[in-house]
Design a protein around this ligand. Structure first.
Ligand code: TEU
Length: 488
């Protein structure tokens, strides 16, 4: 049934909707803009289009804080716009994949408002705790030392309910309680809603964080000398990530999407974890999990200073050490990590695209990487990322994700052709007059042309089913060969 698994040899392209294309002049991208640019995506050889969250949201974490899981945020458009997008994508043979964000909702979600008031059935939709009394001061303190990924305590006091709630990310992102069967059903209903509307699958956000131990043990200190006491890396996370229950939940979701035919639906899991733990998100042949957990090795294991041997190590495990039948994949950038051109240097942009697009398995491209967009420097005053704002003016640069989220550079007109407004939600990179799609189309040699050649090469049997050899040649070269052995 491999031809039904349309994603096997596909290029999945991540659109960051706020920054892709603005059609109504408010300086924020929208669904109509994405629809308008589907022809472009077809032209560069993309097959699946994953949209970062487009749901109703106060935008504290730019859509990853959801106030209604089954509604479109007005800043992006309407449900009709969404249906139109799906329709147009269908005519082009493109598949639309949505971001599914199960770990938390917005604190402005109805469920949370009702949970605060203990209105049933919402009382236990979130993770609430009385806290404890400090021996030293006699004051009320959180139940344990757990830290938020976005820095500081993972517990926030709610005056009205008189309890703490748990938030793995921002204060405005209370964690949902997956030990409550009603909540579990509710989230499955949200998935079903979008499957019914014709989406081709999901990228599941922040999967490792779904469950925490109920015993609430303190997490041990990491002794990482670079981490301050409120940094996430100050602790070793033994009790708040990758619990057994998490893998089971992913398998349940797979069951739900597996029940759908025409098209078969895809599930990609976002899990930053060590290699062995990441592989567990594939599940087993009897109980499959995600079709693939993202392979972040080209983001987390190598950078501009890496040696050929580092590249060999990073790539080899995702070629040779996967469980039988598991599908590999390659991610070189996303909205949480600095741009390829900035992490590796411009001279390696084509090289990284070659790895992602020619190594065996699915290729995942973050919008803008096909033209080698660079990080944009965004000053403290213009900073929008909650993670950076939380860190404050002294430390925001270490945390900010704004530089890789600035508007897409289409051409050399106003706001790089992203918007007809000169004011955009994040600034356009000042390199846009030279670095844009139009200019790269016209140039005889460009990242854009290389990218198109690479996606075209994916149609060959050698890239689709051939073997792979990765090797180090001399001191400076990392090389790989794809080859198909013919039997006559
Ligand atoms: O990220 C989850 C995640 O694992 C984070 O640790 C991420 O690596 C970190 O933000 C990098 O600085 C997902 C989304 O991709 C991210 O944009 C959201 O902020 C986060 O979930 C919360 O929904």
């Amino acid at each position: 049934n491999t031809d039904q698994d349309w994603w096997r040899t596909s290029v999945i392209y991540q659109v960051y909707p706020r920054s892709f294309k603005d059609t109504d002049g408010d300086g924020v991208g929208d669904l109509k803009g994405i629809e308008e640019k589907l022809d472009y995506l077809k032209e560069i050889g993309v097959n699946g289009v994953w949209l970062s969250p487009i749901f109703r949201s106060p935008m504290a974490d730019f859509g990853y804080d959801i106030a209604n899981f089954t509604d479109i945020d007005p800043i992006f458009g309407t449900m009709d716009d969404f249906d139109d997008l799906i329709k147009k994508a269908d005519t082009l043979g493109l598949r639309i994949i949505l971001d599914f964000v199960p770990n938390h909702s917005s604190d402005e979600h109805e469920w949370f408002k009702k949970s605060i008031k203990k209105i049933e059935p919402f009382t236990d939709y979130y993770i609430w705790h009385d806290g404890k009394v400090s021996n030293a001061s006699g004051e009320r303190i959180p139940p344990n030392n757990w830290l938020s990924v976005f820095r500081g305590p993972a517990w926030e006091w709610n005056e009205e309910r008189g309890q703490y709630y748990y938030h793995q990310f921002a204060v405005k992102q209370p964690d949902l309680n997956f030990r409550n069967p009603q909540l579990v059903d509710e989230m499955k209903d949200a998935m079903t809603f979008w499957l019914d509307r014709g989406v081709a699958g999901f990228r599941v956000d922040a999967v490792p964080f779904l469950f925490e131990v109920t015993s609430l043990q303190d997490e041990p200190l990491s002794n990482d000398p670079t981490a301050l006491p409120d940094d996430y890396l100050y602790l070793v996370h033994n009790y708040t990530v990758n619990l057994e229950e998490t893998f089971d939940m992913v398998q349940q979701w797979r069951g739900l999407i597996e029940a759908r035919q025409e098209p078969k639906r895809l599930m990609m899991a976002e899990a930053y974890a060590d290699f062995e733990t990441t592989l567990r998100y594939y599940g087993t042949p009897q109980s499959p999990g995600a079709h693939f957990p993202f392979n972040f090795a080209l983001i987390t294991d190598v950078n501009g200073n890496s040696t050929p041997a580092d590249f060999l190590k990073a790539t080899k495990k995702w070629i040779d050490d996967l469980p039988p039948g598991a599908l590999s994949n390659w991610v070189i950038g996303n909205h949480d990590n600095h741009r390829v051109a900035s992490r590796f240097g411009r001279e390696l942009v084509d090289g990284l695209n070659m790895l992602a697009l020619l190594l065996p398995g699915v290729a995942v491209t973050y919008n803008g990487e096909e033209i080698g967009m660079e990080d944009t420097s965004v000053g403290w005053e213009q900073t929008k990322d909650p993670q950076a704002l939380d860190a404050g003016p002294e430390r925001y640069l270490q945390y900010t994700r704004d530089p890789e989220r600035t508007p897409f550079q289409w051409d050399n007109t106003t706001s790089a052709g992203f918007s007809n407004s000169e004011v955009t939600w994040l600034p356009v990179n000042s390199n846009y007059p030279e670095l844009n799609v139009e200019a790269q189309k016209k140039a005889s040699v460009s990242h854009y042309h290389v990218y198109k050649l690479l996606t075209a090469a994916r149609a060959t049997p050698t890239v689709q089913r051939g073997d792979t050899q990765v090797e180090v040649i001399g001191d400076h070269v990392f090389a790989f060969t794809r080859y198909l052995t013919c039997t006559f």
